[in-house]
Design a protein around this ligand. Sequence first.
Ligand code: 13P
Ligand code: SF4
Length: 339
Amino acid sequence: MSTENLDKAISNLPIRGFLNIDHLNIPQGDDLVKAILDLKKEKNAVILAHYYQSPAIQDIADFLGDSLQLARQAKDTDADMIAFCGVHFMAEAAKILNPTKKVVLPDTQAGCSLADGCSGEGLRKMREQYPNALIATYINCNAETKAESDIIVTSSNAETIIKSLPEDRPIIFAPDKNLGRYLAKKTGRDMILWDGSCIVHEAFSMERIATQLAENPDAKLIAHPESESAVLDLAHFIGSTSALLNYVEKDDCQKFIVATEEGILHEMRKRAPHKELIPALVFDKSCNCSECFYMKRNTMEKLYLCMKYELPEILIEEELRLRALKPIEAMLEMSKTIK
Ligand code: 13P
Ligand code: SF4
């Protein structure tokens, strides 16, 4: 099978359910777990996974983290191959930071509504419109968009970084308007916002969550800042993926309504096994779920295949990589004290 066809075949594997692709010889059950672990040894690979991955992927990962922690791990690993279980922009950031390593992503179609909605060209136009502004861009963007930015931020370090930018310069913030609005409020900075949003976090329903809170007066609402301001206004605590995990673990409260991607509940249950965790409700009553469709494109079967065939591989043209690296390195430098 040609490389291109194999890429497509892997990407088109069902997200859940029965796999009948005999010619790819995918082991099942415990054999699949063993095969992935064997490949890891054989290829000196490291598996990095985001908290929004499926429980099986989280459990097999060498390192589980939020986007800042994963970028740091990718930079520092001495493995020969990084099997990146997250979305495309995250695997791309790993390659930008560690170009000599082979970076594979189980499914290249694991995108992100924020990254897909913000182009490098769009940011160039904004810079022309506001020539005095600094461009701070959320890490949820592609390499070309990063290359047009002055600094990259993640949800863990955004507030610290925005606060430390020169006060005489306005800030263009892209691509998440909800996170941007939240940061403008927290920092008091003058921010020009790109009109983008996360399809998972904007789906939370303020009215339904208010009802959940009324029905659970002993619960606290915790929310990721990608959620809309109406939801954030109700929240007892707002934080990045890691901050939400730490909060549930350390806070005295025993019950939490969680307004972020559901994958996080797996790690939350491990860290706080006796606490009650209730997923926050979304607008769509027929679905009631807050899973990121893109994150869940990665499966154990695709992880096995990408490690076995060493593709789909993330490749970036060197000139673009170097331009995208600059604002990421600036971010890492400015967020050294953040865990
Ligand atoms: P974190 O930076 O909190 O990991 O967020 C990544 C993301 O995609 C949130 O939707
Ligand atoms: Fe992108 Fe939202 Fe999915 Fe995060 S949860 S990867 S921001 S679409």
